[in-house]
Ligand binder design. Sequence first.
Ligand code: SAH
Length: 378
Amino acid sequence: MTADRANLIGLSRAELTARLATLGEPAFRARQVWHWLYCRGARDFSEMTTLSKALREKLAMSAAIVRPEIVTEQRSADETRKWLLRFADGKEAETVYIPEADRGALCISSQVGCTLTCAFCHTGTQPFVRNLGPAEIVGQVMIARDAYGEWPTPQDQRWISNIVLMGMGEPLFNYDNIATAVTILMDAEGIGISRRRITLSTAGVVPLIRRVGEELAVKLAVSLHAATDDLRDVLVPLNRKYPIAELMQACRDYPAADNARRITFEYVMLKGVNDTVADAKALARLVAGIPCKFNLIPFNPWPGAPFECSSNEAMVRFATILNDAGYTAPLRTPRGRDIMAACGQLKSASERERLSRWKARLAAGIVDDHHPAATVSA
Ligand code: SAH
C-alpha cells in the first residue's frame, strides 16, 4: 500500500519535477503540486483541483502524501505545546511549539537520539537511533501548521513564525537531510519561512559551519557552555575534536553573520561549574569581534543529572557582566517544564513512561517483545 507509493513530502523541487516527469507531466505541474503540498497543506490528491481528475488519480496510484503520525500532544500551562511523532518505521521524535505574544518558535528534531553525549543533556544518555529524513523534518513543521490551521501559508501574521533546529539530535551530523528540509521550508511558493527566521543550533561541527552559511544562510546558534577547552572537553565532548579556537574561527568566518544577523552563543548555567565572574569575563574576551549575542539557559534538571542549575543571583551576575561588555544576554525562562518540553529533555518522559509500563507488565508476568528499547535501539 503506502509502502510502495513514494511520499512526495520531503522531495526537493528538482526531485518532485523528476517524479512528475516519469508520469509524463511537464515542470509546471510539479509547481502546482508543490503549491498544494506546501502552500495549501493538502493531505490528499483529491484536493488538488487545479490538476485534471486523471492526473489526480494517477498520482494517488503511484504516490502518497505522508505526514508523521501524532502519538501524543501535550499542552503546558504556559501554552507550550509538544507533539510526540511516530515515523513509518515506528521510531519517534518530538517537536515543541513555544508561543510568544503574537508569534512563536517551533523547535524541531534532526535525529532520533544523539551521538554527542553532552554531560548535561538528557538526550545524551539515550542511544542514538538514526537520522531523520527530509520528509520527517519538514513533516514536523506541517503537523504544527495543521494544528494551528496555518494553511494556506499566511502572508503576514503567523503563529509559527520561526523555526529553531534545537530539538533532539545534532543537525550538522545530518547535514544533507537538514539542507533539503530547510530549502523546502524556505521556499517562497510553499511554507515560506525566511532564512532570517530559521536558526540552526550546533554543538560545533566546525567543518560544516561555513557550508551552512554559504548554502543555507540561516541564523547560527552555537552551544558553547564553557570558555576553556578543559571545561568544554568535559561538558561537550565534541570539543576534543573541534576545540574552542577552531570553533571561534568558524564563527568569525561565518558568511551569514553580521550585526543584523548575530550568532547566538548558548550557555547552560551550571551551578559551581561554569557560572563564576571569571567564567563570564573569559567568555566576553573569547567572543570579542564576533557579531553575537548570548542565550543563557537555566539548566533543566533530569533524574540522576550530575548538575544543578545556578542560583538566580549567579545567573543575574553572569548576565550583567556580559551586558556590561556590550552583549545581549537574556536569561531564558524555561518553558513547558510541566510537559518535559525543555531543552535536552525531549522524548525522555515518554521513554520513561514506556519503560515503567513495560516493567509493570513484566512484574505481572506478561512478557512480550515490545521491549521499550525496541524504539530506541538502532
Ligand atoms: N545538538 C545541537 C542542538 C540540540 S540541543 C546543539 O548542541 O546545539 C539544543 C540546546 O539545548 C543546546 O544548546 C543544548 O546544549 C541545550 N541543552 C541540552 N540539555 C540541556 C539541559 N538539560 N538544560 C539546558 N539546556 C540544555
